[in-house]
Every structure is written in C-alpha cells, then in structure tokens.
Write a protein that binds this ligand. Structure first.
Ligand code: BJW
Length: 252
C-alpha cells in the first residue's frame, strides 16, 4: 500500500468510533473546500499577491489599506460564484441526517458557505461569512452573496466603508457561535477535525477541549498537522474521498 493511502483498519476504527458516539462534532477548515477549487491559506500556493493571510486579514491592514484588503476579499468572493460543494461537504450532510439534530454539530472555520450550499442545516461559522458585509461605522450587516462589489463599498445608511463580515486576527469570534461550538466540543463522544492546519486559535483549541472531555478525536488531512499528536486516529488523504468512505463504513 502507498504510504499516503489511509489504512483500511484506521478507517474501520474511525467508523466504529463514530458509530458508537451519541453526539458527534465535526470541525472543518479550508482543506475541505480545496477539492471544490478554493485555495487554502497556508503552504504551497497559499500566498495572495505575495501577502500571507496574517498580513491582510487584520483590522490594522484594513485601516492602513482598505482597498488592498477589499481586493483580496473581492477576488475570493468572485471565486465563490464558480465553485460547488464536493463529496466531502455532501458526506457531512449525510452524517447530519444520520445523527439527527441533537446528535450532530458542524463547526467550520470557513467563510465560503459551501456547507450550506451542500445542504447542511446547522452550521456554526466561527470566522463569519464572505457572503455578508458589515458597516465599519454603524455595524449593520447585509447578505450580499457573491455579487460583485465596488473596490471600496460604502454603507447605504451612513456612508462609512463596509468590511467583509469575517473574523480577522486580533478580533473576537461571534460569542453565541463560539459558546455553541465549545458546548458541542465538551459534550460529544467523537470529534472529527477535517482539512485544517490547526494553528489558528481559539478554533484549534476545540480539539483539545473535546479530548479533555473524553471524546475520541479523528483527523482527516492530506498531511500531519499541529494537532496530529493529540488525535486517536489520523486518516491521511483528501477529505472528498475519505469522508464518504468513512460514512459508508459506518454501515446502516
Ligand atoms: C486538505 C486538503 C484536502 C488541503 N483534504 N485536507 C493562542 C495561541 C497562539 C495564538 C493565539 C492564541 N489565541 C489567539 C491567538 C492569535 C490568533 C492566532 O491564532 N494566531 C495564530 C496564527 C498563531 N487568533 C486570533 O487572532 C483570533 N482572535 C482572537 O483570539 O481574539 C482574541 C480576542 C478576544 C476578545 C476580544 C478581542 C480579541 C481570530 C482568528 C481569526 C482567523 N481568521 C482567518 C481569516 C478569516 C476570514 C478569511 O477567510 O479571510 O480564518 S485566518 C485563516 O486561518 C482563516 C481560517 O479559517 C483560519 C484557519 O485556516 P485553515 O482552515 O486551517 O487553513 P490552512 O490553509 O491553514 O490549512 C488547510 C489544511 O487543509 C492544511 O492542513 C492542508 O494539509 C489541508 N488540506 N487539501 C484534506 N483535499
């Protein structure tokens, strides 16, 4: 077997962990959308116009050069119109249906809306949404989908500059969403972490919260991450292949 191929025994062990859990929480990152054609943030090809995400996704960068920050987000908003959910997103819809509303929580760090587009009913978006804008003056938020926006969009109510309704570095996560995510990590018996480098906090901390509260942790990623040493099973490979296979192995 090729060393990158996930061993069938690991898949079966992970399927058994999922199958015996009354409550499952799943946290996804940019990797789950890579097979839909969206770039991840870090690693090869992860730079945008030579900038690391840490240089453009901050309130300081927005104050310094809002046009640069909007170019970054407008490019990503434009790409939303060209992509569809992949089998990884769809497998999580099937898992939600199987576990039922009380038994399943989907937490995502992604801002692309692809879990909703796939049909997931409840999604905790820790880092906001690219499809929403928020006024930097009066704080009004608006759904704008993937429609093109001007280089420096302004608020129709107060004329201040709009910003993407996402969470930048040094900003707090939405409190209600965070509370629900933390509660799900504390109360699940199985926590599945998919396609994230697990370096951005507080999101990555949920892995350890789940573990400290007794959950089995399964990681699905094409490479090892910061969290790999703390998980019970590592499934190495693309989530668009691994997730459907994992759900299939749970049986009926
Ligand atoms: C595949 C695949 C395939 C590829 N299949 N896998 C504790 C310790 C240290 C630092 C901190 C700490 N607490 C807070 C901090 C500071 C900071 C932080 O974490 N810094 C670290 C970089 C060190 N955190 C913050 O600032 C947070 N705020 C905060 O803590 O505020 C405190 C506060 C409280 C009260 C008042 C005020 C303040 C906020 C963090 C916000 C992060 N925002 C971003 C941008 C969102 C908008 C946007 O999209 O532009 O969120 S940054 C970016 O990183 C984005 C992502 O959601 C996030 C995580 O990235 P992700 O998803 O892991 O992507 P990648 O690219 O890193 O990884 C992709 C993975 O996929 C890889 O592993 C691949 O191998 C894999 N992969 N193809 C499976 N087919």
């Amino acid at each position: 077997m090729h060393q990158n191929e996930t061993h069938a025994d690991d898949l079966d062990r992970a399927a058994a962990m999922l199958g015996s859990a009354r409550r499952v929480a799943v946290m996804t990152g940019a990797g789950i959308s890579a097979e839909s054609g969206l770039a991840t943030f870090r690693g090869a090809g992860g730079l945008w116009e030579g900038h690391a995400v840490e240089d453009v996704a901050t309130p300081e960068a927005f104050r310094r050069d809002p046009a640069l920050v909007w170019r970054f987000y407008n490019a990503r908003r434009a790409s939303l119109a060209t992509v569809d959910p992949n089998p990884g997103h769809r497998a999580l819809v099937a898992l939600e249906e199987r576990m039922g509303e009380d038994g399943f929580t989907l937490i995502t760090q992604n801002v692309d809306g692809l879990h909703h587009a796939a049909g997931s009913r409840t999604v905790l978006e820790l880092h906001g949404s690219l499809r929403r804008v928020r006024c930097s003056g009066c704080e009004i938020t608006e759904e704008r989908g993937a429609e093109p926006l001007p280089e420096l969009p302004r608020c129709s109510a107060c004329d201040a500059i709009l910003r993407p309704d996402v969470v930048w570095f040094h900003e707090a996560l939405p409190e209600d969403v965070w509370q629900k995510a933390e509660a799900a990590a504390r109360s699940c018996q199985c926590f599945v972490v998919v396609g994230t480098s697990a370096i951005v906090y507080p999101a990555a901390g949920l892995i350890y919260v789940a573990r400290e509260h007794g959950a089995k942790v399964i990681e699905i990623n094409i490479t090892a991450t910061e969290a790999s040493g703390a998980v019970d099973v590592s499934l190495r490979g693309p989530s668009g292949t691994i997730l459907p296979e994992l759900i299939k192995r749970m049986g009926t």
